[in-house]
Ligand binder design. Structure first.
Ligand code: PLP
Ligand code: ZN
Length: 396
């Protein structure tokens, strides 16, 4: 049986095949729209989220043994930032390789095995690379990672440990993204990049969990946006929860981009219907700096149709929000993830209901790390230590 994809921008339907996921009409990524098979039920006693939500997934059979324990992440109330309890954080940073990507990767390897593909690949410099490599190792699949020229050793380490084949490629990243699908077709490698429809099926489970944890839909969901895959997956999750009668309304989704590279937010502000490729400036938020987002037009359309918003925040805003989350709530997340708090502080929706910030990645994974000179600490020998501490504590 071939799965059918639907393009939500122009309405076309087409068959799903690995490496062939874009609408032949308008080039936006297709979505599995008929993934609700048979009876819609949540198996609340099941061990893994995959089993719990199996009837919502486009797989012949879920294979929980390929899980690394992804999902079931905490939904924390940020009580120090909002004592009223209306501000919450969904901690995707607690997934096995420390980002939301694991929810997609666990499904990618299952689809690859189901369809008999021996290898998976991805174009990424960071979180997706390590996540794909980890799940490929678990599933016994070959893995090819295409990384941008100049990727740091630190960024590569979290992938190389899983023993994928890594190739550093010079040139335009957008072009490499498109080229990967042609390579995949000719070499028999399933390139499951950021907007792959099966990945998005994993991201939708985050929305399911939020609804079940809250007992209703949140009023607002803040999510960092780069390619747009995560935003679309979450939106689809809320839509399916709504259609299945678990929630009564859709939340307002707020997509957040880095000011230095915000093609979708710019198109939204200018009230355009299409996202144009931009010339980005430098930003510390590498994971959300896609100048030519493959799901840009789709995000624009979904956000617009549901009263959603797309906004951008500066690097300074993100770093300030990252500190706030750490110092006030004990959470260490990537600046990209902290962009959600920065956006919330800019357009506070607290008085209008419950807001959920999606914490997409763990702080230690960030490409941007402060130098030692900017870390607040003291150094000395034991007598120095005693004098120092006496002076500090006497003052109090
Ligand atoms: C930490 C983090 N947040 C957000 C994103 C953006 O996700 P998407 O490309 O699906 O829009 C990424 C993508 O790599 C990421 O690594
Ligand atoms: Zn289309």
């Amino acid at each position: 049986m071939t799965d059918c994809l639907k393009c939500l921008v122009c309405g076309r339907e087409f068959d799903f095949r690995p490496n062939d996921i874009f609408c032949p009409g308008c080039q936006q990524p297709g979505l599995f729209l008929n993934s609700i098979s048979g009876q819609i039920k949540i198996n609340r006693r099941a061990g893994t989220p995959l089993e719990k939500f199996a009837s919502f997934l486009p797989l012949e059979k879920v294979r929980p043994e390929l899980s690394l324990g992804e999902g079931e992440t905490p939904l924390l109330s940020l009580v120090n930032l909002d004592p009223e309890g209306r501000l919450l954080a969904k901690l995707e940073s607690t997934n096995p390789t420390l980002s939301f990507k694991d929810r997609g990767s666990v499904l990618v390897v299952q689809k690859a095995l189901e369809l008999g593909w021996p290898a998976v690949g991805t174009v990424s410099t960071g979180n997706m690379a390590s996540s794909t490599a980890a799940y490929a190792a678990r599933a016994g699949l070959d893995c090819l990672l295409l990384v941008k020229k100049g990727t740091s050793a630190a960024a590569l380490l979290s992938s190389s440990v899983f023993n994928p084949r890594i190739v550093e490629v010079a040139g335009d990243y957008g072009q490499l993204f498109r080229e990967s699908y042609e390579l995949g077709k000719s070499l028999g490698i399933y390139f499951a990049n950021s907007v792959d429809p099966i990945r998005l099926e994993g991201y939708k489970l985050t929305a399911f969990e939020i609804c079940l944890q809250l007992g209703k839909a949140p009023d607002f969901v803040y999510v960092p946006v780069s390619s747009g895959g995560h935003f679309v997956g979450l939106w689809k999750g809320f839509l399916e929860m709504n259609r299945a009668g678990f929630i009564q309304k859709m939340p307002v989704m707020v997509g957040v981009q880095a000011a230095a590279c915000a093609p979708i937010a710019q198109a939204f502000t200018d009230q355009r219907e299409r996202v144009d490729k931009i010339q980005p400036s430098e930003t510390i938020a590498h994971s959300i700096s896609n100048a030519d987002p493959p799901a840009g037009n789709l995000v624009l359309k979904l956000a617009g149709a549901n009263n959603g918003r797309l906004t951008s925040v500066t690097d300074e805003d993100m770093l300030r929000a990252q500190k706030e989350l750490a110092m006030k709530e004990g959470l260490f997340v990537q600046p990209e993830s902290a962009s959600t708090l920065a956006a919330y502080l800019k357009l506070p929706t607290g008085s209008e209901g419950t807001s959920v910030l999606i914490m997409t990645g763990q702080g230690l994974k960030a490409a941007h790390q402060p130098g030692l000179e900017s870390i607040d600490y003291q150094a000395g020998d034991i007598p120095d230590l005693k004098n120092y501490l006496r002076s500090v504590y006497r003052q109090k």
